[in-house]
Design a protein around this ligand. Structure first.
Ligand code: KIV
Length: 262
């Protein structure tokens, strides 16, 4: 296994044009799997609201839940940079709340950095959290916590605003920025203008790295799969077959067999 990934590692990768890999994980077994596969960054995304908790948005996710999941992931990771999402309303109310909540994700959760959504409107928050010694990844474009303001999960196309947001979060001290749901040419322009690495999700191939939700990549969900997702497996189908076969085996007496008995 290579040495642990740090923020300077990511900057070097951008400089050399080496693509950065990033996936979500929400618990110990998945974090171990992803880390062992050599993925550079693991995000405990508030997407856990959708894929783990069964909500229709990320809005209900709480700080205590994020800390709980971050602890499980941190315990498993030896190599990747662990980033924890700041959930809705954990950084919007006041700067002191934002610093305290970011601190919980690092101190209690074991994250190396936090991520929060928004551009120019959250630059003061990014400045304050980084000023407290905590690294921040920004997230602009389609920001799921603003689903109601955006009128749904819509691709964001305002080039001037997106570029201004990207430059603002960089100036505020973010070490990286997630570009979600924006046209590829705008993502390419932002990636070229910024010194910090851009991580794309639905933002085309020119970003410095890519992130996906692990449940989407593995085909572990039957929720709507967005156009930007590539499914590398259909684990849900395999899991269904396994569970159905187990049930049938128990009912017809095939399980447990002699080899499973003491
Ligand atoms: O919550 C999440 O998983 C995210 C990524 C998809 C970028 O914010």
């Amino acid at each position: 296994m290579t040495s642990p990934i740090t923020i300077p590692t990511l900057f070097k990768m951008k400089e050399k044009g080496e693509k950065i890999t990033n996936l979500t994980a929400y618990d110990y077994p998945f974090a171990r799997l992803v880390d062992e596969c050599g993925i550079h960054m693991i995000l405990i995304g508030d997407s856990l609201g959708n894929v783990v908790q069964g909500h229709s948005s990320t809005l209900p996710v709480t700080m205590d839940e994020m800390v709980y999941h971050t602890k499980m992931v941190s315990r498993a990771v030896q190599h990747a940079l662990v980033i924890a999402d700041m959930p809705f309303m954990s950084y919007q109310i006041s700067i002191s709340d934002a610093i305290a909540n970011a601190g919980r994700l690092v101190k209690e959760g074991g994250a190396a950095a936090v991520k929060l959504e928004g551009g120019a409107s959250v630059s003061a928050v990014i400045r304050a959290i980084t000023g407290a010694g905590i690294s921040v990844q920004a997230h602009i474009g389609l920001t799921p916590q603003s689903v109601h303001q955006m009128g749904g999960y819509r691709v964001q196309r305002d080039e001037e605003r997106l570029l201004a947001d990207a430059l603002e979060v960089e100036a505020a001290g973010a070490f990286s920025v997630v570009l979600e749901g924006i046209p590829s040419d705008i993502a390419a322009l932002i990636t070229q203008k910024l010194k910090i690495p851009t991580i794309g999700i639905g933002a085309g191939p020119s970003c410095d790295g890519q992130v996906l939700v692990i449940h989407d990549l593995l085909g572990m969900t039957d929720r709507h799969i967005p156009k930007f997702v590539k499914q590398y497996a259909r684990l849900l189908d395999q899991a269904r077959t396994a569970v159905q076969t187990y049930a049938a085996d128990v009912q017809c007496g095939n399980f447990p067999g002699k080899e499973h008995c003491y």
